[in-house]
Ligand binder design. Structure first.
Ligand SMILES: Cc1ncc(COP(=O)(O)O)c(C=O)c1O
Length: 365
């Protein structure tokens, strides 16, 4: 059986390093807001090339706090892709702001023309998502934001290390949000996330917001939350960060094999934008007979997933936004046709071969 992902294989590759890091954190006797978090925040900031990184509990919290820290709330609009994971949208609605959805381009990223067309006097920010590990066209999106006086909040939950013209995702925006959910390119061994920014005042505000709105013990300036990346996860993430480039390169090798060796006219392969490096958190193919393809692959022992089967605007929780089927046909088609093939660090190349052979054997009838 070819699993969709197997985290144990990644753990086994670096087991002595993970075990050393976890014991170090345990033995320190300091478990929240300590030296491990400070070390990770500094290392990740240096890796990205930003001034400040603020660790939080999850990618979802990073998005919620980014929107809150920028003072965006009821009556404000934030432009966000219609084909994203729901957390990108929840970060906006958690603050009482209104998500304005836009369709994707050929790279599954928000279409820059659609972003421009969606701007109204109430728009406060653009929230591009580097979906599946490929950078959005940040040069264009940042130019649109600048012309219109808007903040940019990057959702980098899937794109650790991906770059446009050598500049990493997470460095283009006012503030960038990362998830370190275990399967992500940089994954923890539990929930974890972070924000990245070059703005010292914003970083300071985020540090307070994650800690009950407090900069000084028992003095609360802001209405904050408890969202602190713990010392165990910070220790684990330092190991992951040391191997991030290696892991991205490994998934890129798998992607190259899929791109070169999958030859089935019924299966559309993903495209990479010029001057962009794609870290292939997800290898997303499209097929008009997606469900049949998924069942066929499973019969041949290959597990796959769909990212994502129901777009946010058709989710029950967002019925109040008033959208209906047909409002975002490109995103809706993606939800019906997208299939994610297995691609992860530690995946044996023989299993990659099995996936390729199974996809190529799909007859489509
Ligand atoms: C695009 C995107 N945004 C946000 C999130 C939320 O991250 P987390 O699971 O750490 O809350 C995820 C992943 O789960 C994601 O894929």
């Amino acid at each position: 059986m070819v699993d969709f992902t197997k985290l144990k294989r990644q753990f086994d590759l670096y087991a002595p390093e993970y075990e050393e890091a976890l014991l170090r954190a345990a033995r320190s006797g300091w478990y929240i807001l300590g030296g491990e978090l400070q070390a990770f925040e500094e290392q990740f900031a240096a890796y990205l090339g930003v001034e400040h990184v603020v660790g939080v509990n999850s990618g979802m919290d990073a998005l919620t706090l980014a929107v809150r820290a920028l003072g965006i709330g009821p009556g404000d609009e934030v432009i966000v892709p219609a084909n994203t994971y729901i957390a990108s949208v929840l970060g906006i609605t958690e603050n009482g702001a209104t998500p304005v959805l836009v369709e994707p381009d050929d790279y599954f990223c928000p279409n820059a023309d659609a972003i421009e067309a969606a701007i109204t006097p109430r728009t406060k920010a653009i929230l591009p998502v580097h979906l599946y590990g490929q950078p959005c066209d940040m040069e264009r999106i940042c130019a649109i934001a600048e012309r219109n006086g808007l903040f940019v909040i990057e959702d980098c939950a899937q794109s650790h290390g991906a770059a446009q013209k050598g500049r990493k995702t997470g460095t283009f925006s006012t503030v960038a949000c990362f998830s370190f959910y275990p399967t992500k390119p940089l994954g923890a061994q539990g929930d974890a996330g972070a924000l990245a920014t070059n703005d010292p005042a914003l970083a300071e505000k985020l540090r307070k917001l994650r800690n009950y709105g407090s900069g000084k013990k028992y003095v609360n300036e802001l209405v904050g939350v408890n969202s602190r990346l713990d010392e165990y996860q910070a220790a684990v993430l330092q190991v992951g960060l040391r191997h991030l480039e290696e892991g991205n390169a490994y998934r890129q090798r798998i992607a190259e094999r899929y791109l070169n060796e999958i030859r089935n006219p019924l299966v559309e392969l993903p495209k990479t934008r010029n001057h962009c490096s794609h870290v292939f958190h997800v290898f997303a193919v499209q097929c008009a007979k997606r469900d049949a393809l998924q069942a066929f692959l499973l019969e041949r022992g290959v597990k796959t997933l769909c990212h994502y089967p129901i777009p946010p605007h058709l989710q029950e929780c967002y019925a109040y936004l008033g959208h209906k089927k047909g409002d975002f046909p490109i995103s809706e088609r993606m939800a019906e046709q997208e299939l994610s093939l297995p691609i992860y660090v530690g995946m044996p190349m023989e299993e990659v071969t099995q996936v390729i052979e199974a996809v190529n054997a799909f007859p489509g009838d």
